[in-house]
Ligand binder design. Sequence first.
Ligand SMILES: [Zn+2]
Length: 242
Amino acid sequence: MDDRQSERKKRIRWGRFLLWICVTAVTVMVVWILLQLVPKEDENVDVLLDTPVELETEQQTETEIETEYAVPMPDIDEQLLTINDYSRPGEKTDALEYIVIHYLANPRTTAQQNHDYFESLKDLQDTSMSANFIVGIDGEIIECVPPGEIAYASNSMNHLSISIENCHLDKTGRFTQETYNSCVHLTAYLAEKYGIDREHIIRHYDVTGKECPLYYVEHEDKWEAFRDDVMAYIEECKKSVG
Ligand SMILES: [Zn+2]
């Protein structure tokens, strides 16, 4: 009887021992699982919170870039003049409030020839003259002085404006269709970029009374049409951007 009883007690002890091991093991597993789950949940929350914020920022940046300038940048041949006292002093403008339109008064000369003339003034050292941009007879655009830097074109307006010189075929000073179209495009692009409105798109004539650009001084209606075309161009671009 004693043997059987002690054997039974042994079994019970073993049983309790095994039960204790099982309970302990299960408890340890449950605690471990909980410890694993809790930080993972936090990480997931972070990821879920971070991801949309990042996406939103990227989307906003893309939207800003898309909507900032509706007018596409025209094809511009950048040939910046050497900084010198006669055509590119290298001084900042005070502001960019006006776009001033000119004509070269030198029929049949090309944009390149006029650019090279502006560049040569540093050696000739007797005349000060230049422009930020020159539009050629075939509609080509050469940038001589970057906007925001003074060019010698518009007298008292040099420190507040961007100047655009235009080539022409004859003494009337009328622009070719190609010159006209490029000048409209460039003016629209700059007007939108620098927040310049219709009334601040002016002629050299409006600054000093000089007959420049001649054809658009003699034909006031053509000048008003030019400004209308610039504004219409900006509006069309804004519509197509949506
Ligand atoms: Zn002029």
